[in-house]
Structures are given as structure tokens and as C-alpha cells.
Write a protein that binds this ligand. Structure first.
Ligand SMILES: NC(=O)c1ccc[n+]([C@@H]2O[C@H](COP(=O)([O-])OP(=O)(O)OC[C@H]3O[C@@H](n4cnc5c(N)ncnc54)[C@H](O)[C@@H]3O)[C@@H](O)[C@H]2O)c1
Length: 311
């Protein structure tokens, strides 16, 4: 079992620690805020208990926690580590500095991967001598529940590093997808961005309330999306498959795109405030934490359902 280094023990770093440790890997954590790192241990124990209660662990939470250790320096953390998952702030300068420190401390064949949501590998690793071992492995929150990982190499990333990263994530039960060319935001957030752009526009132009728009996804499109993507969806939505669907509806989609998405709009302060206010009448600020925990429990139940019924 490869030893894994986790750099940054916030929301995503803690979740990665659970993912790797539950698959049997020793995990070594570093955070430059030592209090955050110590706090991570209790939060990871809670996360593992939730996974256990949802029937998603094949080992005991105690055994899994025992594989996770916290360290005070990057040098100590990276001892024996062959794969690093970086989870510090979403800031190019911070990531450049962290990757310089990782390069200095890691063994030469250790993979250096980042969880960044939007920053291409070239932007934070292009200055390194050993940039060929750097790559993005972008998760979705929370990665201990949602399995997708966008593996996004730079043009300079070694093909063997790409393969090792894909295989590692597959072996721990995640679902890696390869982003073949670098682009800002990768694919998942670009899809989410396209949907959000249209959602903000429809609310701003008075077609629908924010709450009814949310219902359109959760009680409509989203039900299908938990087990099939948009291409499979349209393949099944016309008797003759994708080509038939596009024959029937392609022109309509073109007209919608021409009238909306070709003119990007900034989300104005007043629009954001009005949607924010609508959300707060439905979910007061002091209930957001409990609702996030509820979301994670619902996601775990959905994953358990998919595991038990899909094959
Ligand atoms: N939160 C999400 O939904 C989400 C989803 C996918 C990817 N990501 C990405 O994962 C990364 C981490 O996000 P997060 O939500 O866990 O953030 P977070 O703020 O919860 O955690 C960041 C942690 O990094 C630590 N840190 C900061 N600078 C450091 C340094 N120089 N060395 C070591 N530790 C350092 C902080 O002390 C903190 O504990 C970001 O790049 C983010 O874009 C986040």
C-alpha cells in the first residue's frame, strides 16, 4: 500500500484522508495551522462514524483512523510518501509556494497532485524542475462520498504520472476522468458554471423564483443525473437515439443558446442579494451547518442505494 501525504487539513484534505485510509493506505497529514491539523483528527473520526452508519465502510472507523497520522513539518510528513494530495487555499501564489516546498521535500518519483478547483497545473507547477510529476486531481465536495475525480495534467506532465494517478484513484474506489487538454475550471465546474449562468439569468429576468428553479433540478433533471449523464439522457429521449433527438430539438436548443448563453452576464450585487435573501427565508444562517450535514447523509444514502442496486 502506497503511503499518502495530505497537505492542508480543511474540508477537502480531511475527506481525502478518509478516502485513502479506508482503502487501506497509511495517510500522513500536514497543515501549517497546527490547531487545524489537531482538530482534523476529531472531525475525521466523526466523518468515518457517519460513513459507518450509512453502511459505506468495510473496515471499522477505529482501524481506519489508526492509519492516519498528523505531522508538524512538510519534511516529516513526506517520509515514505509516494503520492501527495495538496489541499491548501485556492490561490495561485500559495499553491506555487507549497509546490516548491513539496518538490524540495518529496522523493524524486513521488507524484504531486493538487485538489484545486480551477487552477491549471501549468499555473502552479510550471516553475518547478520536476514539473513532469505534477498534476491536478480535482474532487467534488465531499470526496469521501462523491467519487468523481477530474485528473487534469499539464502538457509537461509525464504520461506515466497520469497513468499512475488514474490507477491509484480507481483502486481506492473513486471515479477518475481524464481532462485531455488544460482549461480553467476543468469540466465539472464549467458545466456547473453554464447551468448557474442560465439560472441567474432566468431569476434576474423574472421567469422563476430561486426556490422554484432549485425544484426544477432536484425534482426534475437531477433525478436522472444521479445515474446518467446528459448524452445518455438524450440518447433515451427520442426513439432513434442521439441523432433523432438532435434532429427534433437541435434547432430549438440553438435558438435558446443564441438568445442567452452567447451574451455572458455578470451576476449583479442586487441579483445576488435577492437570491441570497430568498435562500435565507427558506434556510436561516444558523441552520446551514445542520443542512450541510443532512446533505452529506442524503448523499451517503444515495451512494449506498446505487451500490446496492446498480449492477
Ligand atoms: N470546498 C470545496 O467544495 C472544494 C471542492 C473541490 C476542490 N476544492 C479545493 O480544495 C482545496 C482546499 O479547499 P478546502 O475547501 O478544503 O479549504 P479549507 O479552507 O477548508 O482548508 C484549507 C486548509 O489549508 C491550510 N493551509 C493554508 N495554507 C497552507 C500551507 N501553506 N501549507 C499547509 N496548509 C495550508 C489551512 O490551514 C486550512 O486548514 C482548494 O484548492 C479548493 O479549491 C474545494
Amino acid at each position: 500500500m502506497e503511503t499518502i501525504g495530505i497537505i492542508g487539513s480543511g474540508l477537502i484534505g480531511r475527506a481525502w484522508a478518509m478516502v485513502f485510509a479506508r482503502a487501506g493506505h497509511p495517510v500522513r497529514i500536514y497543515d501549517n495551522d497546527q490547531a487545524a491539523a489537531r482538530n482534523a483528527v476529531a472531525l475525521i473520526a466523526q466523518g468515518l462514524a457517519d460513513l459507518h452508519n450509512a453502511g459505506l465502510l468495510s473496515d471499522t472507523p477505529g482501524n481506519i483512523s489508526a492509519r492516519i497520522t498528523v505531522h508538524e513539518t512538510i519534511q516529516d510528513t513526506l517520509k515514505g510518501v509516494s503520492y501527495v494530495q495538496e489541499n491548501t487555499l485556492e490561490n495561485e501564489r500559495v499553491k506555487r509556494e507549497v509546490f516548491s516546498a513539496l518538490e524540495a521535500a518529496a522523493a524524486p518519483d513521488t507524484i504531486l497532485a493538487s485538489s484545486t478547483s480551477m487552477i491549471p497545473t501549468s499555473s502552479f507547477a510550471g516553475h518547478l524542475n520536476s514539473k513532469a510529476r505534477c498534476i491536478v486531481a480535482h474532487p467534488v465536495n465531499p470526496p469521501h462520498v462523491v467519487p468523481i475525480v477530474e485528473v487534469s495534467p499539464a502538457p509537461f506532465t509525464d504520461a506515466r504520472i497520469i497513468k499512475r494517478t488514474m490507477l491509484l484513484h480507481e483502486s481506492i474506489g473513486q471515479v477518475p476522468v481524464l481532462i485531455k487538454k488544460e482549461l480553467q475550471g476543468f469540466v465539472l465546474n464549467r458545466l456547473q458554471g453554464a447551468l448557474l449562468a442560465e439560472a441567474f439569468r432566468l431569476v434576474e429576468d423574472g421567469y422563476i423564483s430561486a426556490d422554484d428553479l432549485d425544484k426544477t433540478i432536484k425534482d426534475g433533471l437531477g433525478l436522472r443525473w444521479s445515474f446518467m449523464g446528459p448524452f445518455e439522457t438524450i440518447d433515451l429521449n427520442a426513439p432513434g437515439g442521439v441523432a433523432d433527438y438532435c434532429e427534433r430539438f437541435g434547432e430549438g436548443y440553438f435558438e435558446m443558446a443564441a438568445s442567452a448563453q452567447s451574451q455572458p452576464r455578470r451576476w449583479s450585487k442586487s441579483l445576488v442579494q435577492s437570491i441570497h435573501d430568498e435562500r435565507r427565508t427558506i434556510l436561516p444562517t444558523d441552520q446551514r451547518g445542520e443542512r450541510s450535514a443532512w446533505r452529506d447523509r442524503r448523499l451517503m444514502a444515495l451512494i449506498a442505494h446505487k451500490r446496492n442496486t446498480e449492477k
